[in-house]
Structure formats: C-alpha cells, structure tokens
Design a protein around this ligand. Structure first.
Ligand SMILES: Cc1cc2nc3c(=O)[nH]c(=O)nc-3n(C[C@H](O)[C@H](O)[C@H](O)COP(=O)(O)O)c2cc1C
Length: 178
C-alpha cells in the first residue's frame, strides 16, 4: 500500500483518459457491464486491447470467467451511461435496449466505437485483473465522429476540438501514423 493512497490516485489522475463501458454475460446469462478508464490498445497484429477490472467489483467472477466481452467507447453525450455503469447496482441495465453482439453479449447503443473480443489472456494485476482481448470485430458509429467523454483529475471533461497543438511538419505525419 502507498503511504498516501489519495496522493497516488491524484498523481494517476493527471493522465487523461477516455471512458468506456465493458460488457459481457455472466454465467447465468445475465447482462454485465462496468465503466472503465483502463481501456487501452495493445497490439495491431494480432489485434489486442486491454482493460483492468477491480477484484472487488460485484461482477468480478463474471469477468474472471468471461470468454467474450466488448468495449463500448462512450461519447460526450453518454455521461449518464458512465455513471450508471460505475455503480454496483443490480438494475444498471434497466431501460437500456442493448444490441446483441456476435457472441450474444450485450452492446451499448450509440457508442462511438465498439470492439468485440474473445478473451486472449488474463493477467494478475494486484487488486485488479488485467483482461486482454483479441478483437474479433469492431464498429464505429455512423453518426460522424462524436466528441469523446474524457476523464481527468477525477472529473468528466470535454474535448475542445478548436484547441489543437501545432506540430512541426514530419512529426505531424508520425502522429497520424500512430
Ligand atoms: C470514469 C470511471 C472509470 C473507472 N474505471 C475503472 C476501471 O478501469 N476498472 C475498474 O475495475 N473499475 C473502474 N471504475 C469503477 C467501476 O465502474 C465500478 O466499480 C463498477 O461498480 C463496477 O461494476 P460492478 O461492481 O457492478 O461489477 C471506474 C469508474 C469511473 C466513474
């Protein structure tokens, strides 16, 4: 344990992230979902992504046993969805008409992007479990490019697309390649 866990969390919070809801089905076929900021890309070939789930999450056992799951990237208009899936409620899916994924798992409607995955590896991560998924299909919303829901210093934030930072020529091409 860090001497000052609050200070450690605050330091981690200086790294801004997007927000996603990860979804799967539990052993009894129930819909399972959790808000995460730990989503990240891992590999292009094979196509791999990761996120980590807290061992004290209510649905931890479902995540530990999941053979398939999906990562639904939220847009700025979906902070209510993020709040809803960040609580250990049994009724967090109430009123949500999910989309059926390829493996039968529930997908969140109107996500900016959705990555459907089969479980590739699960790694010990202290008080979290790291799930690596091999992306079997993905989709982006047809509704243009919605602004992302961002999370920074413990609060949701908006992206101001007008505030880009000029990069020297050459570097710019490197950024776009990545
Ligand atoms: C912006 C945000 C990001 C979060 N990121 C994570 C995360 O990466 N991993 C995690 O386990 N919980 C994360 N949480 C907390 C979970 O969403 C929360 O514990 C949720 O209750 C888990 O669902 P369950 O307890 O119903 O299984 C985050 C919450 C918020 C609001």
């Amino acid at each position: 344990m860090m001497a000052d866990p609050r200070a450690f969390r605050d330091a981690l919070g200086l790294f801004p992230t997007g927000v996603a809801v990860v979804t799967t089905r539990g052993p009894g076929g129930e819909r399972v979902g959790a808000t995460v900021s730990s989503f990240n890309s891992v590999s292009l070939d094979p196509p791999l992504i990761l996120f980590s789930i807290a061992r004290n999450a209510k649905a931890f056992d479902a995540w530990a046993g999941a053979a398939h799951f999906a990562v639904n990237v939220l847009s700025e208009a979906q902070s209510e969805i993020s709040n809803r899936f960040a609580r250990a409620l049994t009724d967090k899916w109430d009123g949500i008409t999910d989309i059926a994924g390829d493996a039968g798992g529930p997908l969140i409607p109107n996500a900016s992007a959705c990555f459907q995955c089969e479980s590739y590896a699960k790694h010990e991560g202290g008080d979290h479990l790291i799930l690596i998924g091999r992306v079997t299909s993905y989709a982006t919303t047809p509704a243009g490019t919605p602004r992302p829901l961002l999370f920074y210093r413990g609060r949701y934030r908006e992206l101001d697309p007008e505030l880009g930072i000029e990069t020297p020529q050459g570097v710019d091409c490197q950024l776009h390649g990545w």
